[in-house]
Write a new protein. Sequence first.
Length: 116
Amino acid sequence: MLLDVYNAIRPLMTNPSVQMVVLYRIDGTPIIAEVRKRSARFLNILYNLENNIKNILYEIFNGKLEEVSFKFNDVIIKMYPVSRTLVLTVITCDEFSIYRLDVDAKSICKKIRELI
């Protein structure tokens, strides 16, 4: 099943502006992480997300939000709830294809829901 979920997430990485795709558990543990290139900058973002994921998920589920977005300089972080215990996080460096990214991420969330 984990391989199927991984294969469902991989198409997001075909977008050249996507730098990282992570599927988090509600306790902040990354289940799957796909990184375009390793750099201290993105690993630091990943570490901070792990530490704050519980609070962010609380806001997503209590506010019944479809997504949460953060922007730090040129880095955009978008979080999409997959289930009550999983969230898909996409980190990109370009606003070029945000609409396409939203559509792709939401369809991938739907595929993951069907798999779990």
